[in-house]
Write a protein that binds this ligand. Structure first.
Ligand SMILES: Cc1cc2nc3c(=O)[nH]c(=O)nc-3n(C[C@H](O)[C@H](O)[C@H](O)COP(=O)(O)OP(=O)(O)OC[C@H]3O[C@@H](n4cnc5c(N)ncnc54)[C@H](O)[C@@H]3O)c2cc1C
Length: 407
């Protein structure tokens, strides 16, 4: 068997899928519109949180536990680790109670047998630079941390190339090539055709534009990420200031310890703003003020630190916050692998296998949450701050405009 697979998109979904499919004997080509890693891709950033903490949603906690073993395996193969197990600090704005994200995460993970350290009774303020008054409760999960996501992607791509995956950069896929009604390759903006036995579309935020029939279940939201550089970065080193989530399901705030350049990254896992991935990226006005207001109330030592970098990064949101990894039932020969919904990167060690199993029609332990589904109800990922998740589609208005091949 030497069946060929064309993968559209060389982010973490596409790159891991390419590597695993090549190992399974396929002839694999990745097509990406940018250079790789593409600076516009969601994956291409200095850091992503790796956490097991998913409220009462034990499925993701278990899957994250499996991914963490994968991260350890990957680290062991590298000269320098790219996953940093600095732990994950979960801050609660009131005493943890059933039904709250922090309490439910604590219970779920404890029941799985992982030791957690409860931080009630003023411990948050005593031990960390956080305002204890704002966070009277919480816990520290030593099993978690962050990964250097852009570097990880570079590594996966290098490994993919070393195993024989072909990479075509600067090639924008504009559509699918059909033969007798079956998808048999891709077409590009330059009018080229690339035949393949199967196609995987792993185009991140661009997916619902390339495949407009996905627009009822996938859409794009923009999320600002800001870096502040305090004069003294020492109090923000990982041992004193581990990766954190501050009442994340109620406010969205999360962030990272200081990077080697002394900058501290802060972001918000909230509803974001509706954007078109083909438009220039602009951080909305008032963003810096909103971030500083949060910092002044909760993390005074960072509130006046100069802003050194800001970026708008795009989620490909799915209707329910679960990823979308399955054969397209209406388009034989096509697999969609997208819908990261702002939390897929941590599962990088599992994604390639999941997508390869979808291509091969094999059962996969994790696949059932990511299968093709109808837009009947909507929920959200447990940590996501999004009061309007249920009505989000109505609020955002009609689906985005269909793809315009000239853009
Ligand atoms: C601000 C932000 C913070 C996040 N934080 C976390 C976190 O802390 N932890 C976590 O686990 N996850 C996090 N995520 C989510 C995670 O980064 C994404 O789920 C994941 O990286 C998505 O990968 P992808 O391969 O689907 O998409 P991308 O990385 O965006 O890659 C898609 C690729 O497809 C290419 N492409 C698109 N259209 C075409 C076309 N027509 N032709 C050819 N190529 C095309 C693009 O150039 C791009 O390279 C975050 C995401 C964002 C935006």
């Amino acid at each position: 068997m030497n069946s060929s697979v064309a993968i559209v998109g060389g982010g973490i979904f596409g790159a891991t899928a390419a590597f695993v499919l090549k190992q399974r004997g396929y002839s694999v080509t990745i097509f990406d519109r940018g250079p790789l890693p593409n600076p516009d891709a969601a994956t291409t950033d200095v850091s992503k949180i790796v956490r097991m903490d998913y409220g009462a949603d034990a499925f993701y906690s278990r899957m994250a536990g499996a991914a963490l073993m994968g991260w350890e395996r990957w680290n062991a193969q590298l000269d320098r680790p790219l996953y940093h197990q600095d732990g994950f600090l979960i801050l609660a704005s009131e005493e943890m109670a059933p039904g709250g994200f922090e309490f439910d995460s604590f219970q779920t993970i404890s029941h799985m047998g992982y030791p957690l350290e409860r931080l009630d009774g003023g411990k948050v303020g005593e031990r960390y630079p956080w305002s204890g008054a704002n966070y009277p409760d919480g816990y520290f999960n030593p099993r978690g941390g962050w990964a250097e996501s852009g570097r990880v992607l570079e590594n996966v791509l290098q490994d993919a190339i070393a195993t024989g995956v072909e990479i075509r950069t600067g090639v924008t896929c504009s559509g699918l090539l059909f033969e007798d009604g079956v998808v048999r390759g891709i077409t590009t903006e330059d009018g080229e055709e690339y035949p393949a036995d199967s196609v995987v579309v792993a185009a991140g935020a661009w997916t619902p534009y390339l495949l407009p029939w996905m627009q009822d279940v996938l859409w794009v939201s923009g999320h600002p990420v800001l870096h502040f550089r305090p004069e003294d970065a020492e109090p923000f080193s990982a041992d004193r200031f581990p990766p954190w989530a501050a009442d994340i399901a109620g406010t969205g705030w999360y962030g990272f310890p200081a990077l080697p350049d002394g900058s501290v990254k802060v972001a918000n896992h909230g509803p974001g703003i509706r954007v078109d991935p083909r438009d220039p990226r602009r951080v909305p006005e008032g963003t810096e003020e909103r971030f500083r207001e949060f910092l002044a109330a909760t993390l005074p030592a960072l509130a006046d630190a100069p802003l050194v970098e800001q970026r708008l990064c795009l989620y490909c949101d799915s209707i329910d916050g679960d990823f979308w990894i399955d054969k397209d039932p209406e388009h034989e020969g096509l697999v969609v692998a997208s819908g990261g919904s702002g939390h897929a990167f941590k599962f990088a060690p599992l994604l390639g296998g999941l997508i390869a199993d979808a291509v091969e029609g094999l059962s996969d332990r994790w696949a059932h949450r990511f299968l093709w589904r109808e837009p009947t109800h909507r929920v959200k990922e447990a940590a996501r701050y999004d009061d309007h998740a249920v009505n989000r589609r109505a609020e955002y208005g009609p689906s985005p405009t269909p793809p315009d091949p000239d853009r």
